[in-house]
Design a protein around this ligand. Structure first.
Ligand code: ATP
Ligand code: MG
Length: 542
């Protein structure tokens, strides 16, 4: 094995070598109570990565045992997002399909004297659980007979009791140093419509009971979960063994992904959506996978990022700049370069008599370089920022009396400019220097800068959307950290003609501006808009 084997792979390798398991089967088990976020991509990368590496299987299993927050919209979005990331699950399964079998397992525990119906309220259970230094107290209901427990549990199922009136608890050890082992609740009464089973059930299994069973029913070999479940592993094993399963599935924990300036909790993301702070779960500012898709993040970049973060046993926070680094790293090789001006100013090339056509490199970093056509004529647009009537210090673009090179075309000499009554520049006039195109006799004349431009004759009107992080830097309550104006719109941008015929989600580098992605309905109803994916400057690891 290569020496970059991680600790999960080491466990799997040992289990394969000892012959304990033959085929590796993992699962990705989302609760369908929200959209997947960038944190989930790490779990996806690990679970599907193990499937790929060991030629095994990985199931998509909806952990839908809690009816109150789950929804079909979420079920569908989760599938779309996993497919977008490029992963293929072997089976699509629902924990709710196992409700009958789970019920049978619970009955089995009662018969073995390992579970009992308890009449305590939620508060009473909490108050008798003890704490890290004091043991809990046995519930008076712990001594009910098997027969009575069987009858009461059946009655719970049949609807004889109100929500919360009774629960089923595992009979383990109220003095256990592990709080999770102090007679945890394994079934509760909840009259809530389930997105798949409707009103069939009014009792629902608790996560710690349901999860090991789901894994065991499916023959999962390695149940990979996040670190906060480490303390639940004894209970996971207890359920598994006492319900008749062997040493597998084996639970393995890894540290969840945390990232600076990024909300990684569905609960809070949901709040942003419900309070209208963002434009739905797929808002390009959202750290959801569907938000990143709208924003234009390449799925390959997300996978590369996950691989670089790797897996570990200790929690840490990754700099969001690292994710952006992998986005740029991918786009630098894969995105064609195009010219766009964000805030156009007319530029007249007064000595230009005929139109010209150039072949411009799509991407100097591509494996097989290609080109596209750019046209030049007497009337162009340049960006307002690229001409300064009164230049600030160190300004390297067009100034009165100066020269500048048009990217892929001539060197221009300043002739004059016009302003409106407020002093705003409305038009710039220049002359081109003959033979100054790259390779020409005058191409080596020194200029201060190179600027992008578009041809007024054939350019396309664009709207650009730029985004900031949703959260300001720092820690503290998310509510106090929302970035004001995290979405800026530039409705009057102009792009070169080639941008007319591109498809939704096509990604480009707009020269000197950043990486942009065509919006999902690009070109429909005359709407030509791009979302900014990320800027050009990489602040990561420098
Ligand atoms: P949230 O707190 O956002 O609701 P969750 O852990 O409850 O997250 P689930 O839908 O239950 O979300 O998660 C599906 C899988 O993704 C689980 O195995 C979970 O451990 C994993 N996961 C969730 N968030 C992260 C994260 N930030 N990093 C790594 N794995 C994660
Ligand atoms: Mg959850």
């Amino acid at each position: 094995m290569a020496d970059n084997t991680n600790f999960i792979e080491e466990i799997i390798n040992n289990d394969l070598e000892s012959g304990a398991v033959k085929e590796i089967i993992t699962r990705f088990p989302p609760e369908p109570n929200g959209y997947l976020h960038i944190g989930h991509s790490k779990s996806l990368w690990i679970n599907f990565g193990m499937k790929e590496k060991y030629h095994g299987k990985c199931n998509l299993r909806y952990d839908d045992t809690n009816p109150s927050k789950e929804d079909v919209e979420f079920v569908n979005s989760i599938k779309d997002d996993i497919a977008w990331l490029g992963y293929k699950w072997d089976k699509e399964l629902y924990a709710s399909d196992y409700f009958d079998r789970m019920y049978e397992c619970a009955v089995g525990l009662i018969k073995k004297g390992l579970a009992y119906v308890c009449d305590y309220s939620a508060d009473e259970i909490r108050n008798t659980r003890g704490n890290l230094t004091t043991p809990g107290q046995n519930s008076p209901w712990r001594y009910r007979s098997v027969e009575e427990n069987l009858r009461l549990f059946e009655e719970m199922k049949e609807g004889k009791y109100a929500d919360g009136e009774k629960v089923l608890r595992a009979k383990i050890d109220m003095a256990s140093p592990n709080m999770n082992m102090r007679d945890p609740v394994i079934y509760r009464i909840l009259r809530e419509k389930h997105h798949r089973t409707g009103d069939k059930w009014i009792i629902y299994p608790m996560y710690d009971f349901a999860h090991p069973l789901e894994d065991a029913f499916e023959g999962i070999t390695h149940s990979i979960c996040t670190l906060e479940f480490e303390d639940h592993r004894p209970l996971y094993d207890w359920v598994k063994h006492n319900c008749g399963f062997g040493d597998f599935p084996k639970q393995i924990e890894f540290a969840r992904l945390n990232m600076t300036r990024t909300i990684m909790s569905k609960r809070y993301l949901k709040k942003l959506v419900e309070e209208g702070k963002v434009d739905g779960w797929s808002d390009p500012r959202m750290p959801t996978l569907s938000g990143m898709r709208e924003r234009g993040y390449p799925p390959e970049a997300i996978r590369n990022f996950c691989a670089a973060v790797g897996v570990s046993k200790s929690n840490s926070e990754v700099d969001v700049a690292m994710l952006e680094h992998f986005v740029r790293d991918y786009l630098n090789v894969n995105a064609d370069r195009m010219m766009v001006v964000k805030d156009p100013v007319k530029l007249i090339v007064e000595n230009a008599e005929k139109d010209e056509v150039y072949e411009i490199d799509n991407n100097p970093n591509a494996e097989t370089p290609t080109t596209h056509k750019v046209t030049f004529s007497r009337e162009l647009y340049i960006d307002r920022e690229d001409f300064a009537p009164v230049p600030p210090p160190k300004y390297k673009r067009l100034v009165p009396g100066g020269t500048v090179r048009l990217k892929g075309s001539y060197i221009l000499e300043y002739v004059g400019h016009k302003c409106d009554e407020t002093g705003k520049v409305t038009e710039v006039t220049c002359r081109y220097i003959p033979d100054s195109i790259q390779g020409g006799a005058n191409a080596n004349i020194k200029v201060k800068g190179v600027i992008q431009w578009v041809n007024a004759k054939d350019c396309v009107d664009l709207t650009l959307h730029e985004y900031d992080y949703l959260l300001l830097d720092g820690d503290g309550d998310f509510n106090d950290r929302l970035t004001p104006d995290s979405h800026r719109v530039y409705p009057c941008a102009k792009g070169e003609a080639a941008l007319k015929d591109v498809n939704a989600y096509d990604r480009f580098q707009f020269m000197r501006m950043g990486y942009f992605s065509a919006v999902k309905d690009y070109g429909k109803d005359g709407k030509y808009a791009f979302n900014m994916i990320t800027g050009l400057k990489d602040s990561y690891g420098k």
